[in-house]
Design a binder for this molecule. Sequence first.
Ligand code: NDP
Length: 444
Amino acid sequence: MSYIDSVLQIVEQKNQAQPEFIQAVNEVLCSLKPVVDKHPEYKDAKILERITEPERQLIFRVAWQDDNGEYQVNRGYRIEFNSALGPYKGGLRFHPSVNLGIIKFLGFEQLFKNSLTTLPIGGAKGGCDFDPKGKSDSEVMRFCQSFMTELYRHIGADTDVPAGDIGVGAREIGYLFGQYKRITNRFESVLTGKGLNWGGSLVRTEATGYGLVYLIDEMLKGAKKSMEGAACVVSGSGNVAIYAAQKVAHLGAKCVAMSDSGGYIYDSEGIKLKTIQQLKEVERKRISEYVKIHPKAKYVEGCRGIWTIPCKIALPCATQNELDFEGAKSLVKNGVIAVGEGANMPSTPEAVEVFLKAGVLFGPGKAANAGGVATSGLEMQQNDMRMSWSFEEVDKRLKEIMQRIYQASSSAAEEYGCPGNFVVGANIAGFVKVANSMLDHGLM
Ligand code: NDP
C-alpha cells in the first residue's frame, strides 16, 4: 500500500462520522503523490499523519437565554488545526448544520489556503450549531456573549485570530469583540472583519468575492480568454456572492442568477444587485422577494436547478457540496468556460472531475476564495502598525495576492506534470510551505 493510501486509511478509521473531513483530506492527499515521491523526508517525518491531525480541538457548551426567557443550549467548536506558518487563523460559522466534521474540513482547507496567501498565518476554523436566522438582535448578542465567554481563553492576537463565515457577519463580530474586550480588558487584533470605526480594514467586506473574480480573470487571461460580456451564474446571496457579482459587473460580465437556501432567481437582463443588497444585507429577507420588485425575473423553488441556467462563468458561493455531478454536466453542456469556487468545497469530487475532463478552467476554493483571509491578514498588519490603508491600497494588495496565488498554483501544476490543473497546483503549492515549516520546527 502506498504511503498516501495508508494515511488515508488511518484518517478514515479515526474520523468515521465525518464525511466532509474525509472528503477534504482525500482531495488534498490524492494530489500530493508526486511531491511525496520526490521528498522522502516527508514520509520519514510522518508529515501527512501529522498534518491531518488538528493540533487542538475545542468543543464547548454555549448556554444563552432567548427573548421569552427560556434557556437554550448550543455546541461551540474551535479547531486549531496547524500553526506551522503563524497564529491560527480562520472563520467562525453559525449554522444549524455545523458539527465537528464540518469544522474540521473547513480548518483543514484553511491551512492550505492561508499558506497560498503567502501571509504568516496558520489554519483554524470554528463555529456553532446556532441558527441566527429569525433571532432578534438581542438574542444574537446574548448568544455571541456566551460563545465568547468560553472562546476568549483560547484566542489572542498572537495565538488564534477568528473571523466571520456563514452566519457570522459584521453584527456578530461586533458582539464577539465587545465581549472579548469586556472580559480581558484588552483592545487587540483578536478578530478580523471588525467595524471600520474600531480597527476593521476597508475592502474586507468585499474581499472574498472580489478576490474570487480577480483569480478567475487571471485564469481567463492565461488561457487568452476574457470575462467581457460573459453571462455569469452566482449561487448564494451572502457576503461572498454579493461582492463576486459586483466585481463581475465591474469587469464587464453580467450576473444573471443568484440563490439562497430556498431557491434561485433568474433575471436575463442582469440581476439588480442593489435590490439583493437591500433584501439580504439590510432587511434579511428571502431572495424570492426579488421578483415582487422585478416582475420580469423568475423565481424557482429549490437551489440546485441554478446550474441548468446557460452561462460562461459559474461561481458557486453558497456552501459545501452544492454543485454535484448533474449540475456540472449541465454547466458543461451549456458551454461554461470557467468555474470559480467562492464557497469552501462547493463542488463534489464527481463535479470537479467533470470540469477537469471537459477542459473547463477550474479555480478550487483554496485558491479562489483566499482573498477573504488574505485581507484579514492585511487587517492584522494595519492593526499592528496602528494605521489604516485606503480602499485603493488594500484592493491593490488583494489583487496582487490573487495574482501571486494564480502564479504559484500554475507553476506548481506545471512543475509536477499537470499543467493547467489548479486543483493539483493549489494543493501542492499550499502543502509544500507548511510541510517544510513543520520539518523546521521538529517533532510536535
Ligand atoms: P453568508 O452567510 O453571508 O451567505 C451564505 C449564503 O449561502 C446565503 O445565501 C445562504 O442562504 C446560502 N446557503 C447557506 N447554506 C446553504 C445550503 N445548505 N444550501 C443552499 N444555500 C445555502 O456566508 P458567506 O457568503 O460568508 O460564505 C459563503 C461560503 O463562502 C461558505 O462556504 C464560506 O465558508 C465561504 N467563504 C467565506 C468567506 C468570507 O470571507 N465570508 C471566505 C472564504 C470562504 P440562506 O440565507 O437562505 O441561508
